[in-house]
Design a protein around this ligand. Sequence first.
Ligand code: SF4
Length: 458
Amino acid sequence: MRILLISPYELGRQPFSLAHPAALLRACGHSVVLADLTLRSMPWETLAQFDLIGIALGMHTATRIAISLLPRMRTKAPAARLVCYGLYGPPNAETLKNYGVDEVLGPEFESELLGLLAHPETPAGVSARVRFVVPDRAGLPALSGYAHLILPGGARKTVGFVEASRGCKYLCRHCPIVPVYEGRFRAVPPEVVIADAAQQIAQGATHLSFGDPDFLNGPTHALRILKAVHENWPTVTFDATVKISHILAYEDLMPRLSKYGCLFLTSAAESFDDRVLGLLDKGHTAQDIARAVHITRASGIALTPTFVPFTPWTTLETYLELLIRVRDLALISSITPIQLVIRLLVPEGSYLFRIPGFRERVGGFSGEMLGYPWTHTDPRVDALQNQAQRWVEKSEAEGRGRFETFSGLWSLAHESLGREAPALTGEQAGPTSPHLSEPWYCCAEPTAAQLAGCAVGG
Ligand code: SF4
């Protein structure tokens, strides 16, 4: 069968979500073409040649982009079976089907996809776990075309993207993983991860970015992989995502992570407001975030926190407090500015609805934004978020640095309270941390440019 697998967006990384099913499908004798729309145009003119078109929906932005493309895809390939798969498939199944999608599969989609191909006349059935195999990355653009690592001095490294686990054992209420995995996670066998790392290192990767929702959900598993990679390729560095409470719980592991080449850890700090952290069930406090910064720095690892600063519980005061904490912890240069303007997304099935009174604070589901819109009870907070977001987008478009962009937010936050903003000093910016060149965050809304770029492609 002729199969096209499409990735609309995966944070500028070479998509595992195409390479892994490609390996399984090719092993079954299918002809598989891969289209990563972040680097290649949609093959509109050949779309009708495919029997099945699969679209990987691993994140919100990918789903928004897919929806903008689906009407034209359905017209161009009326006979193809359109299948969406990934984390954002099941919560948006109804919307996707309204756009002409035939089957919607979840993040553990591989066996269902194979089942669909073996029995094309039957609808998708219950998902069963498939054995992980080494991803087949043939047909994807070279790693050098993807997001690269930028070191503090400006040097660049080619990045390989690996996954050592899926799902997460925690139940943070705002997290899109939770309604689908419900506190479960699944390890990818170490030999598969190491072989995938090896093939990307052979393609020029000198840094590995682990895409696991939380790399220390299985610390023994993670260390086994890191040890093997380090023994084979001692100069290869890595980054991973680790929750704040894991940094505290596994403080003694940080020197080993550093020894194995860890340059930075991304951590979903979300807020410095303990009330909000409690509502989100994050399992950490503002004080824990500060401790995590010190623990990682003590081991020579940079911490790059991510935030959801604008929630229905944010006030003008707590937003300013967040910026003050960022300044006081010398984190300004460690944070991607977009992180300081993100607005809480409420997807279908969100555990946020378990917060008493939350449902009354949001509107009805919007198929356009793929979530439940909400407005703040204090319109000044929404106005600040809007201004702040426009400032960050303008800053990025005009190439401003993190310190300058932060200074603009600092002024806006003070102005919103009618206060004069104290001057910021370069020292407060803190050390510039290594970071990936792709600044967007998976739960943020796509930009107009992202949507337009894919829609006109080809
Ligand atoms: S936010 Fe992080 S720790 Fe919490 S459930 Fe999601 S992946 Fe797990």
